[in-house]
Design a protein around this ligand. Structure first.
Ligand SMILES: Nc1ncnc2c1ncn2[C@@H]1O[C@H](COP(=O)(O)OP(=O)(O)O)[C@@H](O)[C@H]1O
Ligand SMILES: [Mg+2]
Length: 243
């Protein structure tokens, strides 16, 4: 068995009296799509923020490709090959689609022509309609904005991609489209993914393996079927109000 691409060990992150992430440990295998679910407030985004260097965990260790990255600043972690998308899609208005993706490509190259080429490649990879590469953000749909977010992250040439509630706000049909895009990107590039969702359905069809967080802790791990039938998971979901 190959060495996991990411190892999270006993990570703790507190906000005042709240333990947002409480002794969380898990491995991510190279090339997999790992689902991470849990009700609102479970600590999923905070965990992503610890992995990407937005927050420094108070305890624990995070290793990426065999190297400790705990507490490194976000730009250093991005340079090592971890990219993310943000929970709140912030639709841009005036910028052109390609320019928005070039922001990602410019992490690896200072050459604007090369960055444009990589941005176009990333957009093509996610299946963004070619005739809209040069339109402004105000002219594209929410699903297309999500495709742009994904392309921007891919243009940084990551080895690991963290997706935070990427399906939020989409209609069921659009969610299915996005799920097949993610599967195709994973298959064609080998980029490892952690897909965070509080809606179970989207991740169930996407990931081979799932983790469940509740009140800062990991409470379950297994195949989508195992997790969906786990009484602890059902209780965690029933015990919280859906958004
Ligand atoms: N910057 C912050 N300051 C204070 N509390 C926070 C902050 N970010 C998150 N929290 C709290 O940490 C807990 C976990 O939040 P979060 O990681 O956003 O959960 P999830 O992404 O699973 O919905 C919640 O109780 C939330 O209110
Ligand atoms: Mg969140």
């Amino acid at each position: 068995m190959a060495e996991p691409i990411l190892k999270v060990r006993d990570v703790v992150k507190r906000f005042g009296g709240i333990v947002a992430v409480n002794k969380v440990s898990f491995d991510v295998n190279e090339g997999e799509i790992l689902g991470l679910i849990g009700p609102n407030g479970a600590g999923k985004t905070t965990l992503f923020n610890c992995i990407t260097g937005v927050y420094r965990p108070e305890e624990g260790h995070i290793y990426f490709m065999g190297e400790e990255i705990t507490g490194l600043p976000p730009h250093k972690i991005a340079a090592k090959g971890i990219a993310r998308t943000w929970q709140k899609t912030r639709p841009f208005q005036k910028m052109k689609v390609v320019e928005a993706v070039m922001v990602g490509a410019l992490l690896r190259t200072n050459d604007v022509t090369e960055a444009r080429k990589r941005a176009e490649e990333a957009l093509a990879l996610v299946g963004f309609p070619r005739e809209k590469f040069y339109v402004r953000g105000s002219e594209i749909t929410l699903l297309e904005h999500k495709m742009v977010d994904l392309a921007r992250a891919i243009a940084t040439r990551p080895k690991l991609l963290l997706l935070d509630e990427v399906a939020a706000g989409l209609r069921p049909g659009e969610m299915d489209q996005l799920a097949s895009i993610l599967k195709r990107v994973n298959r064609e590039t080998g980029i490892t993914m952690i897909v965070v969702e509080h809606v179970m359905r989207f991740v169930m069809g996407l990931s081979q393996r799932m983790l469940v967080m509740h009140e800062g802790r990991l409470i379950a791990e297994g195949t989508p079927e195992e997790v969906a039938n786990n009484p602890k998971v059902i209780e965690a979901y029933l015990g919280t109000k859906p958004e």
